[in-house]
Design a protein around this ligand. Structure first.
Ligand SMILES: Cc1cc2nc3c(=O)[nH]c(=O)nc-3n(C[C@H](O)[C@H](O)[C@H](O)COP(=O)(O)OP(=O)(O)OC[C@H]3O[C@@H](n4cnc5c(N)ncnc54)[C@H](O)[C@@H]3O)c2cc1C
Length: 512
């Protein structure tokens, strides 16, 4: 194995990508220091604790357990050395907010009761899910099996050849071996077209498409390759780490400490000075020098705010022309009593959701009929809420860059709580004992994210694989990037892998 012995590396930011690459680089012998501007480690996976309620502020779905196994395995550890996992059953519940038109269309088609204004639990039992699909549409159970087979194939080939292996240049894709592997993958069409090949019923299309929200895209702007997410969801399962996602942040940080990484919080980096033998970083607390720098801060922030103009690989027009993943309106709620209508993960979807996506991507405005997600971790974990209470958060994806004044947040909060009560029966309004909100401007200020995007660059076709910004800076030798804006992309598992890919690039350039 190559070594980085003697090299000092500063990692700017402690999201999953920063934590992961710090572990790989320290393991290779580098002297690694992580500088985080916020008061805690974890980046978008921050924690909020108030009056006995504990919230994961960002990610809450622990997907792709295989990726976490692989990550810890690289250091001869297992996730179980740090945290216990529970397989959620059901994985999640979906409530459909049926419109009058949808209801009469279902009635006219002689739909079963299932198809008229309803909810669905997706469980680890595939036969049960197939039976539910069959109730909506004759033949859909068998179609789901075929769909998932394709999804499994895409996952296996995609992970091996396009995710774990970095392919930053076009010529990497004309490699005959890769081309052979890629043949047969439904790569380039839209998810919407792909899904229509299998299912007619719009609700079934939604069930297999909602995971695109994890990628920050819509069914019309995300390539069909990402149907691999259904394998992730239906076959690999939805898990919960005891203590919440914060336990996973602690685990990766603890692993880092075991490998010799040092962490400093409340330490914003304000400037990266060009390389003259060593980097000089201006921080809130004095200068820091390093041989090499890896930035886990958002790519646009690092380039536009920390580097001088002549050292930037991209100009302001580039960032302006990108498609960003949604921001979010988040309500963190401590509630008296249980919420029997909801499961650990619940999705509430309008049956015609094109309008919501349009109001995110094409005509940015607060959605009229939002699709949203509710998480109730206290269903699975007694320690996240005081006795007799529930910890709950509501996430509404909205367009980045929207104005989010206190008055708008108030109005929207009332609207969402009314919508939740109307469509799920969960009436929370008279029993909320703790409430915090987080929205577009908070994403921008807490994480320096462009226009307050919650997730970074969306996975559109033009922003997938080699079309995402690279791990190596285009202009500055010794400067690297890691995290959701680069490859492979958005989500905790992808950011862990990004850490591995960035470390590989550093080792290829400086290792001996
Ligand atoms: C609301 C929400 C829900 C999500 N749900 C899921 C989910 O269920 N499952 C899932 O897998 N993923 C989910 N994600 C996505 C996932 O959280 C992210 O893709 C991933 O955590 C991002 O990691 P990252 O490596 O890009 O770093 P980030 O988390 O973006 O961290 C970057 C860090 O850099 C720091 N930083 C920025 N500028 C500076 C500076 N100048 N100096 C020092 N530090 C700086 C920031 O403070 C931050 O800590 C969700 C995200 C959000 C926001």
């Amino acid at each position: 194995m190559q070594s980085l012995s003697g090299e000092s590396v500063v990692v700017i930011g402690s999201g999953f990508g920063g934590l992961s690459t710090a572990c790989y680089l320290a393991d290779a012998g580098a002297d690694v220091r992580v500088l985080e501007q916020n008061e805690q480690l974890g980046g978008r996976a921050s924690r909020l604790e108030r009056e006995g309620f504990r919230f994961d502020m960002g990610p809450s779905w622990y997907l792709m357990p295989d990726v976490f196994e692989r990550f810890f395995g690289a250091f001869d550890r297992r996730p179980g050395d740090y945290y216990e996992l529970t397989h959620l059953d059901p994985h999640y519940r979906i409530f459909f907010k049926d419109s009058a038109e949808r209801r009469s269309a279902d009635d006219a088609s002689g739909g079963t009761p299932r198809a008229r204004g309803d909810r669905v639990d997706v469980t680890p039992d595939l036969e049960r899910t197939k039976a539910i699909f069959e109730e909506y549409e004759s033949g859909a159970g068998e179609a789901l099996e075929r769909y998932l087979e394709k999804s499994r194939e895409n996952y296996e080939v995609g992970m091996q050849h396009f995710v774990y292996e970095d392919r930053p240049r076009l010529r990497d894709y004309v490699d005959p071996d890769v081309a052979r592997q890629a043949r047969g993958l439904s790569l380039l069409g839209s998810m919407q077209d792909h899904v229509e090949d299998y299912f007619d019923h719009p609700k079934l299309q939604q069930i297999v498409q909602y995971t695109l929200v994890f990628l920050g895209g819509s069914p019309r702007n995300t390539p069909a390759l990402y149907n691999l997410m259904s394998h992730v969801d239906f076959n690999l399962g939805v898990w919960y780490p005891e203590g919440g996602i914060g336990s996973v942040v602690d685990a990766v940080a603890d692993l880092g400490r075991e490998l010799g990484v040092t962490f400093e919080t409340d330490r914003p980096v304000e400037r990266i000075k060009g390389r003259e033998g060593a980097f000089l970083l201006e921080t809130s607390d004095g200068p820091v020098t390093a041989d090499l720098v890896v930035s886990n801060a958002d790519y646009a922030h690092t380039e536009q705010d920390l580097l001088p103009p002549e050292k930037r690989g991209y100009d302001a027009d580039y960032w302006e022309s990108r498609t960003y993943a949604p921001s979010a309106f988040l309500l963190y709620l401590g509630v008296e009593g249980d919420v029997p209508e909801l499961t650990h993960h619940t999705l509430v979807l309008p049956t015609e959701w094109d309008d919501h996506f349009e109001q995110i991507f094409d005509d940015p405005q607060w959605p009229d009929d939002p699709a949203y997600y509710v998480c109730v971790p206290s269903k699975t974990d007694d320690d996240v809420a005081p006795v007799g209470h529930s910890t709950l958060f509501v996430l509404v994806p909205i367009a980045p860059g929207l104005e989010d004044t206190p008055a708008m947040r108030n109005r929207y909060r009332d609207r969402i709580l009314a919508d939740l009560a109307a469509h799920t029966g969960a009436e929370l309004r008279d029993r909320i004992v703790l409430e915090e909100r987080f929205c577009v401007s908070d994403f921008a200020s807490r994480y320096n994210s462009y226009e307050g995007t919650a997730l970074g660059l969306a996975h559109t076709l033009r922003q997938t694989a080699l079309f995402r910004p690279p791990h190596r800076s285009k202009e500055v030798d010794g400067l690297y990037f890691v995290g959701g804006d680069t490859t492979p992309g958005i989500g905790m598992p992808m950011c862990l892998i990004s850490g591995e890919l960035t470390a590989e690039a550093v080792l290829a350039d400086y290792g001996d």
